[in-house]
Design a protein around this ligand. Sequence first.
Ligand code: COA
Length: 174
Amino acid sequence: MRCAIYPGTFDPITLGHIDMVKRAAPLCDKLIVGVARSTPKNVWFSPEERVELVRDAFRELSSVEVKTFEGLLVDFAKACGAGFIVRGVRAFSDFEYELQMALINRKLAPDVETLFLMPAEEYGYVSSSRVREIAALNGDVRRYVTPKTYQALLEKIQARHETRDTPRRSAAGG
Ligand code: COA
């Protein structure tokens, strides 16, 4: 069985990621979307929330499985029996970083290949952090995310506002 991993932080999943999965899924028997649990990024969504949104996005794609992972990506790939890692290259600027990551992964695990795919042009500039930034500034991100993710973003922003607006008690009890 030909199995592949599409890894990422997915904070949150965008239509760009979904486009990548739809391109990659027909190339293998099973595509595992690997959601990185820990990340140096300042994430908005917990691993469980990110997984839930990713699962919802692919609920109709039977060959797509969603799993979280921790530690090295190549170890996760091997544990899943995946022969290759799929990464999207949106612009030339992605390439150097992606090449570095692919070559390091190859050194770590020579039998796991990295496959680069190009997303649809309309998603060539989309990233999760841009989506979060626009949403936080009350911009409309519905063209970049699923309705469920849009709703989750609104709720997250609302929760952030409430935390920010809640007056803190001073040490004097005020
Ligand atoms: N559509 C939309 N956005 C896309 C995209 C696409 N087709 N392709 C990439 N992106 C976005 C991602 O959403 C992400 O946006 P953000 O920075 O705003 O969150 C960005 O482009 C790519 O970020 P990057 O950090 O390269 O990837 P990632 O967050 O998707 O995942 C891991 C990185 C998890 C794959 C990587 O850190 C990893 O392998 N970690 C495990 C530890 C390990 O093995 N390290 C050694 C590897 S060298």
